[in-house]
Design a protein around this ligand. Structure first.
Ligand code: RIB
Length: 308
């Protein structure tokens, strides 16, 4: 059976819910603090699994209580964790997140174990040609380069989410089939001005990435939906109108839905529509991984979707 293999970060998210984000130098009182499972890699793995595909996680944890909780969380979700390794005398990745009453967030990540990889992780990536290998930028380039090289050796599809954004090495670029970026990442990587309000700027910047050798560029624009650019084609997918309470992890939820949709044999457009609906549900709930819907919840809406 085909599967998603996520090579990425695992974090514990410590979330402060506030009325407004503090200004620099300002001290404010928050409304609440909560701990949620997070990390872009882990969130995407949970999304793939909840939205219906076999999923394996390749990641690194510390030997602390956060690491133990995250391992149990992923295992209980049904994610294959045989490629998740606990490192001695190391802290688990931690994200400090502020979520405002207008549902937007700011995030500081302390990488901890997420950047401590040896060479031995490739043996845990049991990849076949029908699989999809996913990576984000919360782990070192060398790990992604080796994973994508391994994936391509077996003919698997690769999806890169270059977040938090940094320049992409040629080694990664030439082995990336699908790239998923938000407005800011697209602007940074294309070197072009991008405005979510102006589709032309989005598609023109996506075309710049396509010229660097990426088959399919998927741009997530939050409440403005998703834009697809592939083989010179441009497609717009509108977002659903919902009342958002916390947008943390919405992009990760989308990527899990996209991956699950592709693994089920859907087209890029169909898979992106699935991801779009999953993300629209996730923003109505608090937390990153905890907000990701199940396939039944997605289908309830997807069945009624007019396809935009
Ligand atoms: O994409 C959201 C995630 O970014 C959070 O869960 C946090 O851990 C950071 O990695």
């Amino acid at each position: 059976m085909s599967k998603a293999i996520v090579v990425g970060s695992i974090n514990m998210d410590i979330v402060a819910f506030v009325k407004k984000h503090p200004k620099i130098g300002e001290t404010i009182f928050g409304n609440d603090v909560k701990y949620f499972p997070g990390g872009k890699g882990s969130n995407q793995a949970v999304s793939c699994k909840r939205i219906g595909c076999e999923t394996a996680m390749i990641g690194r944890l510390g030997d602390d209580s956060n690491g133990q909780q995250m391992l149990e969380f992923l295992r209980n979700e049904g994610v294959n964790v045989s490629g998740v390794v606990k490192l001695e005398q190391t802290v688990t990745g931690t994200a400090f997140i502020t979520v405002s009453e207008s549902s937007d967030n700011s995030i500081i990540v302390i990488s901890g174990a997420n950047v401590l990889w040896g060479d031995e992780f490739l043996k845990d990536i049991d990849v076949n040609e029908d699989d999809i290998v996913l990576a984000q930028f919360e782990v070192p380039d060398a790990v992604i380069e080796a994973s994508f090289e391994h994936a391509k050796k077996y003919g698997a599809l690769t999806i890169l989410n270059p977040a938090p954004v940094r320049q992409i090495s040629d080694e990664i670029l030439k082995r990336t089939d699908v790239m998923v970026v938000n407005e800011h990442e697209l602007e940074e990587l294309s070197g072009m001005p991008v405005s979510a309000k102006d589709d032309e700027t989005v598609f023109n910047a996506a075309e710049v990435l396509a010229h660097k050798g990426i088959n399919s560029v998927v741009v997530t624009l939050g409440e403005r939906g998703v834009r697809l650019f592939w083989d010179g084609q441009r497609k717009r997918i509108n977002s659903r109108s919902v009342t958002a309470v916390d947008t943390t992890g919405a992009g990760d939820t989308f990527i899990g839905g996209l991956t699950a949709g592709l693994l089920k044999g859907g087209t890029l457009k169909q898979a992106a529509e699935l991801g779009n609906i999953a993300a629209s549900i996730s923003v109505t709930r608090e937390g990153a991984a905890s907000s990701i819907p199940t396939i039944d919840e997605v289908n309830e809406i997807f069945g009624n979707n007019d396809g935009n």
